[in-house]
Design a protein around this ligand. Structure first.
Ligand SMILES: [Zn+2]
Length: 369
């Protein structure tokens, strides 16, 4: 199959991508293969190295190592055979002149093998001169090289995937998103090249989380608040978006999550009759203060808050007022939903002073009474 002269696309799932392939010099760089996709496979790097010597010009390569490991399909724990091997980048270099899209998921973190670090690894990654789209799991060894000034020169889009680290985190979404945001903050802060593409997109994609099927949240706004609280470090998000903008006003930061609309989840490869996941946008830096549809500017924008404070436009809920707390402590969206202190007590609701027309009474008005 790999030596087939005219085959253009190959997708393989749930197998050991390994074998014996005798390739003569005259067979190298002869096939028409354009894309190779491996889903949930145990990937042998020596075999991959052989396979990648065959195509004339491979454009897309997606390597999905096993996230779901079962008794009889465990990956090899020999680091020389896995993507931890320095031969991995040597294999990718075989298609350095043509590869435009590359995806790598390193698989279940419990089965990761330790990296045989190549001192020239970053340079090898940079030699993928046509690469525009890169998707990596946080656990991928390529992410390590990318951070060591390994940004390929034509890269337009970097999408980071949490699927492997999320399987380990169970229902602890908070610490999962902490890892993701910490990693991306330092990536943007210290690892981006000055020559970054003008319209560069940094994308964080959360995989499907069973967490939301454990209980049902009827109220859509409450659900959106919960999503923002669990998946986001808002301060880090603003920081990443702002730093990206300092490279180019056209650079973007995007966060999305994968979900199954019916509420029942499946794992790849999706078989006949199984629902495909959809990707829901949670944040784009184009709409700087908005997360999951909710605008947090009134809570988070200190400059704007100062202005509102001067104009006595900020409100304080009854409970906070009775406790002597002011506008700096009683932070709310100003739409009648609960403030941060009241949310923290588990009350989940606030009582607000309202005037005859039902408008919230601001701190300034209340004091003037
Ligand atoms: Zn309150």
């Amino acid at each position: 199959m790999f030596k087939h002269p005219t085959l253009r696309h190959i997708t393989l799932s749930c197998l050991n991508f390994d074998g014996d392939l005798q390739i003569s010099e005259s067979e190298k760089k002869t096939t028409s293969l354009q894309s190779l996709t491996l889903i949930e496979c145990n990937v042998s790097v020596p075999f991959l190295d052989n396979v990648l010597s065959l195509p004339k010009a491979l454009k897309e390569l997606s390597i999905g190592e096993r996230l779901h490991v079962f008794q009889e399909c465990q990956p090899s724990m020999d680091p020389e055979k896995r993507t931890s091997s320095s031969r991995f980048l040597v294999a990718l270099q075989k298609q350095a002149h043509s590869l435009q899209r590359l995806t790598h998921c390193g698989g279940h973190v419990g089965y990761l093998t330790s990296r045989d670090t190549d001192p020239e690894g970053a340079e090898k990654l940079r030699s993928l001169v046509e690469l525009e789209y890169l998707e990596l799991g946080f656990e991928s060894h390529l992410y390590y090289y990318l951070r060591q000034s390994g940004f390929p020169p034509s890269l337009k889009s970097l999408k980071m995937l949490d699927s492997a680290i999320s399987i380990n985190s169970g229902h602890d979404l908070r610490s999962l998103s902490d890892i993701a945001f910490r990693s991306l903050t330092s990536l943007v802060d210290v690892c981006l090249p000055r020559t970054l593409a003008d319209d560069f997109i940094l994308h964080l994609k959360f995989s499907d989380h069973s967490f939301f099927r454990l209980f049902e949240i009827v109220d859509a706004t409450e659900q959106a608040h919960l999503l923002s609280a669990l998946f986001f470090d808002r301060a880090a998000t603003y920081k990443i978006a702002t730093m990206l903008k300092s490279y180019s006003t056209n650079a973007h930061f995007i966060v999305s999550r994968e979900m199954f609309p019916s509420g029942k989840s499946f794992i790849p490869p999706y078989m006949e009759g199984e629902e495909l996941p959809v990707e829901e946008l949670m944040y784009t830096s184009d709409d700087f203060w908005r997360f999951n549809g909710i605008n947090y500017r009134i809570m988070d924008d200190e400059n704007w808050r100062d202005e509102l404070k001067k104009g006595k436009k900020l409100v304080v809920c009854k409970r906070c007022r009775s406790r002597g707390l002011g506008v700096d402590e009683c932070r709310s969206l100003g739409d009648g939903s609960a403030c941060i202190p009241c949310k923290g007590t588990g009350l989940g609701v606030c009582e607000w002073e309202r005037d005859e027309s039902g408008e919230l009474v601001s701190a300034g008005d209340a004091k003037a009474e």
